[in-house]
Each structure stands twice: as C-alpha cells, then as structure tokens.
Design a protein around this ligand. Structure first.
Ligand code: SF4
Ligand code: SF4
Length: 213
C-alpha cells in the first residue's frame, strides 16, 4: 500500500511541473542575457583619443590571488607613445585557466584601465588559448579614437588625462558592446543603465576629433 502511495506522490511531483514555465534556453543560438555588472572577460580600456589607460604598473598582477596576470612594463618615447605619461604595458596577459573572476584586479587598477565585460563565452579546447594577450584584451577603437602610437592629444601631461577623466570617466566603458568588439557575445539593452562616458564619446566622434594625424 505504501509503495502505491509513494508512486502516486512521485507522479504528482512530475504532474505539477508540467504546467510550470519552461526554463530551457536556446543556447548557443540565443545566449541568455547577463546582469549589467556581471564579471566576465576583462578589457583594457583606452582614453578618448585612443591612447591606452594601462601604465604597466603591475598592481593588478600583485592583487590577483590566483596569479593569473602577467605584466611587463615598457617606456614611452615621443616616437612610440602608447599611453600618457612615462610607461605602458609592453606585455599583458591574463590566464583564464587560473582566473576566478573575483574582480580584485580591477579594484587595484589606479587608472581604471582594467574593467570586466559581460562576455562569458571563454571555453577553449586547449590551455594555451586560455592565455589572453594584450591585443585580445585591449578595447576596440571606438569612433573618434586614433590607433596608438601617437602623441598625447588631450593635454601636455598625464595629469590632464586623469583630471579630465573626472568629467569623462572612461570612454571605453561599454566598448565590449561595440560592433567590432572581440567575441561574438552581444548584450541586450538594459533599460535605465547607461555606460559612463558614452555621451562624451559620441560628442567627440561627432566633432571629428582623433582624425588628425
Ligand atoms: S578577476 Fe581575480 S582571479 Fe581573475 S585576474 Fe582578476 S584578480 Fe585575478
Ligand atoms: S591594468 Fe591597471 S593595475 Fe594593471 S598594469 Fe595596467 S594600469 Fe597597472
């Protein structure tokens, strides 16, 4: 008798689920949308003129509990300027076989160069491909930006860049959503969420700055 009751109880559970909303997603054809502040793949951001924000200080590497970041600094010269100020990252790598997406590196970054995007499709079929290089991590050039190396366009010192950043806080924020972004993941609109600097970037592009050689 107990066995029969148990059987009907089991079918009852199955039956009750038949009328619930289906949670199956059509992945990978329709990737689910992540939260706006989801911690995904990193991005090395740029200044509004295209220069790199990374100064090769290695603070992100020291902050990383998983030893996932490797940085080598290099000197900027007038002929080869990649960032404002004295130094840039000549080598920058993140090993996604190690990264635990804790975000401590982006907290440590003094220039807001390093941020995290919403991109989560990071599976690879070998370990070597999980080591992302600087070229893969750099934000794409947005309209109005100029491919480095080039002189500082926003002021004579790096201070001009960072003081200006108070009113123009990181024009590459949201660059992962650009049409030419690396990776195929595209984030849908999040009503009420605007990415900082997007408006200034649009104004700069409209003014045609960054096109001068
Ligand atoms: S998110 Fe965490 S584990 Fe990943 S690189 Fe940054 S500090 Fe290291
Ligand atoms: S990403 Fe930030 S913390 Fe890391 S080396 Fe570049 S400037 Fe320094």
């Amino acid at each position: 008798m107990g066995a029969i009751t148990g059987t009907f109880k089991g079918f009852g559970v199955t039956f009750s689920h038949m009328f619930r909303k289906v949670v199956t997603t059509d992945y990978p054809f329709k990737p689910p949308v992540s939260a706006p502040r989801y911690h995904g793949r990193h991005i090395l951001n740029r200044h509004p003129d295209g220069l790199e924000k990374c100064i090769g200080c290695e603070l992100c590497a020291w902050a990383c509990p998983a030893d996932a970041i490797y940085v080598e600094g290099g000197d900027n010269t007038e002929e080869n300027r990649l960032s404002p100020g004295e130094r840039h990252a000549s080598v920058y790598q993140i090993n996604y076989a190690r990264c635990i997406f804790c975000g401590l590196c982006i907290e440590a970054c003094p220039t807001r160069s390093l941020t995290m995007s919403n991109e989560y499709e990071l599976a690879r079929d070998n370990r070597q491909d999980l080591i992302f290089t600087k070229e893969q991590l750099l934000a794409p050039l947005l309209p109005g930006m100029e491919q480095p190396p080039h002189p500082m366009r926003l002021g004579d010192s790096e201070k001009d860049y960072y003081v200006g950043a108070l009113s123009n806080p990181g024009t590459s924020a949201g660059a992962e959503h650009a049409a030419n972004s690396p990776g195929r993941y595209q984030v849908e609109e999040h009503p009420g969420v605007t990415f900082p600097g997007a408006e200034q970037q649009a104004q700069r592009a409209a003014a045609g700055k960054g096109d001068e050689a």
